[in-house]
Each structure stands twice: as structure tokens, then as C-alpha cells.
Design a protein around this ligand. Structure first.
Ligand code: NAD
Length: 209
């Protein structure tokens, strides 16, 4: 598998491929041509072939792609089969909604533990995820070695919590706090999720018409 110097744009398209293939697979579709997949995703067939060629040879001329195989290959590239351990930090409105509704296991993440400072939440369980006191965080991370933390704490706690998680060895932060985290360690990755940016992009588009 060729994997060096993959552009960010290609990496950002992979989850979309995975989602579409997963959907097709769940509907019992067995194979698809690059042009049909492209039509469905609103990208060109050559773009698909070019993207996938970064990772190896997929599909056959005249047959297209076997959906189950390609889904599994892309899932493997995305690390869906790695069973990464994930913890939630802060289970107020947003953290609780994610714990309750987001299908982490479908994305390959194993999560059964959250941390919060609120006595009202500590000891409770949300959708099988037990909320622990923040005092237990360090021991837990040393023992279990979760690789990813979902950060849904108030803004003022965000940078300090990110620093603490990184010093404990957490390598990925799914950051919902709307704080632009400063991270110096090149082996740590932050994915920011900002609903407001998405809504304002929509606002811009409808305002231009
Ligand atoms: P909330 O106040 O309902 O929940 C925050 C939770 O974090 C509480 O349960 C609190 O006890 C806990 N907490 C506070 N300090 C902590 C610490 N040091 N360690 C662990 N837990 C701690 O807030 P919310 O509405 O769920 O919002 C959470 C974060 O998400 C905020 O930073 C908010 O700005 C942000 N937010 C982001 C988006 C987005 O688009 N990404 C949308 C809404 C809110």
C-alpha cells in the first residue's frame, strides 16, 4: 500500500467514500462503477481513481469496485478496524448528546468512560458510558491508554485540559470547544468541530443569491 505524502484533501475525502460505500453495502449493493460512485458523490470518476491510487490498486476495468472489499479497505486505511479507545471530557449538554446519540463504535472507537467535575454527573451512566471524576483521569489514562479524547468542556477549561491530555499521552483531540487549541507536539492531532462555521457558510451562500 502506497501511503507517503497523501494530501490533506484526499484524506478528507476518504470518510465520504467510506460513508457512501457503507450505505451501499447496508442496502445490499454488491458492486459499483467509478462513474456511478462519482455521480452519487458529485465528484468525477477520474478523481475517485486518482484518490484511490494513492493507496493501491482497487477495482477492475469493466467490473468496477466490489463494495464490500473497497469499504473494508478504506475502513482499514481510516483505522476503523483498529478499535481505538476514546474518552469523553465534559458531559454537559453537548458531551451528553454525543454520548447518548453518536455511534462511536460504528466508526471503530471503543468508549465506555467519560470524565467531568460535576458531582451531579459523576457516577452516572449515559448509554453505557460511565462518568468518572476528573480526579481519576491521570490514573485511568496511564492504565488504559486511550488514544483519543472528545473535548466538550467550557471554553475556559479547553487549553488546560488539552495540555493535560497531551502530557498524559493522548494523541487525538476531537475538539468541540470553539477554542483554537495551541498544540506543539507534531504527533498530536486536533480535529475542530464548529457548528457555527458551517451555519455561517450556509448563511453566506444564501445571502449571495
Ligand atoms: P455545558 O456547560 O453544558 O457542559 C460542560 C461540561 O463540562 C459540564 O458538565 C461541566 O461540569 C464540565 N466541565 C467543566 N470543567 C471541566 C473540566 N475541567 N474537566 C471536565 N469537565 C468539566 O456546556 P455545553 O453546552 O455542553 O458546551 C460544551 C463546550 O462545547 C463549550 O466549550 C461550548 O462553547 C462548546 N460548544 C461547541 C459547539 C460547536 O459547534 N462545536 C456548539 C455548542 C457548544
Amino acid at each position: 500500500m502506497k501511503k507517503d505524502n497523501i494530501s490533506d484533501a484526499v484524506i478528507r475525502r476518504l470518510p465520504r467514500y467510506y460513508r457512501h460505500l457503507d450505505d451501499l453495502h447496508s442496502k445490499g449493493v454488491v458492486r459499483i462503477s467509478s462513474s456511478s460512485l462519482g455521480e452519487r458523490m458529485d465528484i468525477t470518476a477520474s478523481q475517485i481513481r486518482q484518490d484511490l491510487s494513492c493507496f493501491g490498486e482497487f477495482g477492475q476495468q469493466g467490473y468496477g469496485y466490489n463494495i464490500m472489499e473497497l469499504r473494508s479497505e478504506i475502513g482499514h486505511i481510516l483505522g476503523v478496524d483498529k478499535g481505538h479507545r476514546l474518552i469523553l471530557i465534559g458531559v454537559g449538554h453537548l458531551g451528553h448528546a454525543l454520548a447518548q446519540n453518536f455511534n462511536f463504535s460504528h466508526m471503530g472507537f471503543h468508549v465506555d468512560t467519560a470524565f467531568d467535575i460535576s458531582c451531579a454527573l459523576i457516577g452516572s451512566s449515559i448509554n453505557g458510558i460511565t462518568v468518572h471524576s476528573l480526579d481519576e483521569l491521570d490514573d485511568y489514562v496511564y492504565a488504559v491508554r486511550p488514544e483519543v479524547a472528545v473535548l466538550t468542556v467550557p471554553k475556559k477549561a479547553a487549553q488546560g485540559m488539552a495540555d493535560r491530555l497531551i502530557s498524559l499521552g493522548v494523541r487525538g483531540i476531537w475538539n468541540f470547544t470553539n477554542v483554537e487549541l495551541s498544540v506543539e507536539d507534531a504527533d498530536v492531532f486536533v480535529e475542530n468541530v464548529q457548528f457555527a462555521d458551517s451555519l455561517l457558510t450556509l448563511s453566506y451562500r444564501i445571502s449571495q443569491k
